[in-house]
Design a protein around this ligand. Structure first.
Ligand code: GLN
Length: 483
């Protein structure tokens, strides 16, 4: 399907109407329904919004950089007047009373929200199989997972149902599904994008970011959603960056670090070959490639699962059946209502994490687990500081394996947690990272190159991703893509 930049250009020039583009998006979302990418297809809302864009154009108003572009939004991001479930029974019937900051920004830029995408419950997972409703399927092979937790957002773009989507990344949930479905995904620096209106999982890690079929499109969406918002106290007042301009930048002379810890046991041989090819192409463009060390990488999974579960146990205490969402009222008063509500509201993985998080925060265990994890988090962040004193970007695989079969990792939470070994460190350090497709494996499964840069230097990561994308050339379409 047409790219973000093409669609916006055609609508701005009057060569296509937003309504026409929206009608086609509705057809595509329906044709791809089998893939389970959407929890809600917003047909009526989409057509009404698109008509409003066309009316603005007819009045001679400026439309913005995403004029008429349908954007699929992860169902953890609030959209006024429509259901926002976060993939959970807890919020199954909950209608958001306001737009998340990023959604307001999208609308102001002329974009139209086409649907709310499937996800692991409360963004906890790496395969989309923890959705309370149904799994999403990988359009390159529907017997395989698309990755998670923003699996639906990745599938929507990879299967060409929408040109762009938003996801959220706490420990890899944009980058990993982007890699497994063969598209571009960007996790911004912590604090670059407002979290106002994002259903919280782990607040010190959560960031919203874009998925797109190409680097330039992702850069454009990032430019639209980024920016200060006083409603999120962790959202910083950074100077605006022209991310799209970075996509054409000369990358020669940039120093790339290859972290040995990311090319170790557990890395699929074909993934390694594909990633090394991409690094070699950047070297051929004049980048200087050298090994770097991130020695605390081996502690990232343990550290993340202490900190993220601690924050989740606190954030999820609000689903008590009193304020909003599901309520189950058995006999026995308030305590019984809390218990029955939370039992019915949450799936197994969410319960596991609440228990773990409550445990690591409890008196007697706090120092041994939570406080220690915070110290190790600092060591992981310092690894990146030390590496970035020597190099401008770190290049590595996004995921240790290509897309895995549905069901393969659901019985063993630890094997699922290991899907994110290469994405968790950047989240803990708060630095930005882009996943851009390499060439696929012999079996036709996508592979992602991850480019991690200094805090607030998304531009360099995008420049490198765009350079590699140009060398790589077009990718084969997903077998399950809608035509
Ligand atoms: N897979 C990781 C988890 O389950 C990361 C999820 C995310 O980034 N939201 O916590």
């Amino acid at each position: 399907m047409d790219s973000i930049v093409d669609i916006a250009g055609r609508v701005t020039r009057g060569e296509a109407s937003a309504r026409e583009i929206a009608t086609d998006a509705v057809r595509r979302m329906k044709a791809g329904a089998e893939l389970g990418a959407f929890i809600s297809v917003l047909e009526d809302e989409l057509l009404a919004e698109a008509t409003a864009v066309d009316e603005r154009r007819a009045r001679g108003e400026a439309l913005g950089p995403l004029a008429g572009v349908p954007v699929a939004v992860k169902d953890a991001i609030c959209t006024r007047g429509v259901r926002t479930t976060a993939g959970s029974r807890a919020l199954e019937g909950w209608v958001a009373p306001y737009d998340a900051h990023v959604v307001s920004r999208l609308r102001a830029a002329g974009a139209v929200v086409c649907g709310k995408t499937n996800m692991d419950e409360f963004a906890m997972g790496s395969s989309n199989e923890n959705s309370a409703f149904f799994p999403a399927k990988n359009p390159h092979d529907p017997t395989r997972a698309p990755g998670g937790s923003s699996g639906g957002s990745a599938v929507a773009v990879a299967a060409e149902m929408a040109p762009a989507s938003l996801g959220s990344d706490t420990g890899g949930s944009i980058r990993q599904p982007a890699a497994l479905t063969g598209i571009v995904g960007v996790k911004p620096s912590y604090g670059r994008v407002s979290r106002f209106g994002l259903v919280a999982f782990a607040s010190s890690l959560d960031q919203i970011g874009p998925f797109a079929g190409d680097v330039r499109g992702a850069a454009r969406v990032l430019g639209v959603i980024a920016g200060h918002d006083p409603r999120d106290m962790t959202c910083r007042a950074l100077e605006a960056v022209d991310f799209e301009a970075a996509c054409g930048r000369d990358v020669s002379g940039l120093r790339l670090g290859v972290p040995e810890e990311y090319f170790a046991e557990g890395l699929d041989a074909e993934v390694e070959t594909r990633v090394r090819e991409a690094i070699a192409a950047l070297e051929a463009r004049g980048c200087k490639v050298a090994p770097v060390h991130l020695p605390h990488t081996k502690h990232a999974v343990a550290t993340y699962y202490v900190i993220a579960t601690a924050e989740a146990s606190s954030n999820l205490s609000r689903y008590d059946g009193v304020r909003y969402g599901l309520r189950v009222e058995p006999q026995g008063g308030l305590a019984a209502m809390y218990g029955a509500t939370r039992d019915a509201a949450f799936g197994k993985e969410v319960k596991r994490r609440i228990l773990l998080g409550t445990y690591v925060l409890s008196a007697g265990h706090y120092d041994a687990y939570y406080a220690k994890a915070q110290r190790v988090r600092t060591l992981i962040a310092r690894d990146f500081d030390a590496a970035f004193a020597e190099v401008d970007a770190i290049v590595c695989p996004t995921s240790p394996t290509p897309a895995f079969p549905l069901g393969e990792r659901t019985r063993d939470p630890l094997s699922m947690y290991l899907s994110d070994v290469y994405t968790l460190p950047a989240s803990l350090a708060g630095v930005p990272a882009v996943s851009v497709p390499c060439a696929p494996t012999a079996a036709g499964l996508p592979v992602g190159l991850q480019i991690v840069t200094r805090r607030d230097d998304e531009a360099t990561a995008l420049a490198l991703a765009a350079a590699w994308e140009a060398d790589r050339g077009p990718l084969p379409r997903a077998r399950g893509a809608v035509t």
